[in-house]
Design a protein around this ligand. Structure first.
Ligand SMILES: [Zn+2]
Length: 169
């Protein structure tokens, strides 16, 4: 995936790819400027949200019709991952949740992200936030993981409950 940044934030010269430390790096082409854009993966928090007997999956605006994923989002400055994931739950479905456990950290290389996935529980009435096109409530034994993004966290959570069939393991 190409970097989002094309120009040096220090001097506005174009960034150029150069091999350094055995890796392609995005280096400033400006004379006398030694800025390097490392393009490090960005942490994203995700909530496997249990609501009553169901797990809530969400579809963001702009996603294809059949795509659903876990509630997720970027951290704000000064937030812990736990605070961030509960804020995303509040923003996306209007629920006050509590973190039950940390499911795991997952590399989402296609998006240059590291997903920190939490099992979160919440009660109350769902109020769909501005970022969402839809919410789907799925019984855990009907929940099937998908290969990318937050799917592996779903797989591990299901496996921990003995709900993962051999066909999808
Ligand atoms: Zn520069």
């Amino acid at each position: 995936m190409p970097p989002v940044m094309k120009f040096c934030p220090a001097c506005a010269s174009p960034l150029e790819v150069e091999r350094r430390e055995g890796r392609p790096r995005f280096i400033c082409s400006g004379a006398g400027c030694d800025f390097v854009h490392y393009d490090n993966p960005v942490p994203v928090v995700a909530a496997l949200l249990e609501h009553g007997q169901t797990v809530l999956l969400v579809r963001n605006k702009g996603w294809p019709d059949k795509w659903f994923g876990l509630i997720s989002g970027f951290l704000e400055r000064g937030e812990t991952p736990e605070e961030g994931v509960l804020r995303e739950v509040k923003e996306e479905v209007g629920l006050t949740g509590e973190v039950v456990s940390f499911i795991g950290a997952y590399a989402f290389q296609e998006m240059n992200q590291i997903i920190l996935a939490y099992h979160v529980r919440a009660q109350g009435e769902i109020v769909i936030g501005d970022e969402l096109a839809g919410v789907k409530a799925v019984l855990p034994d009907r929940l099937r993981p998908w290969p990318l993004g937050t799917g592996p966290a779903v797989r591990d959570w299901l496996a921990g409950r003995g709900l993962l069939g051999p066909a999808v393991a």
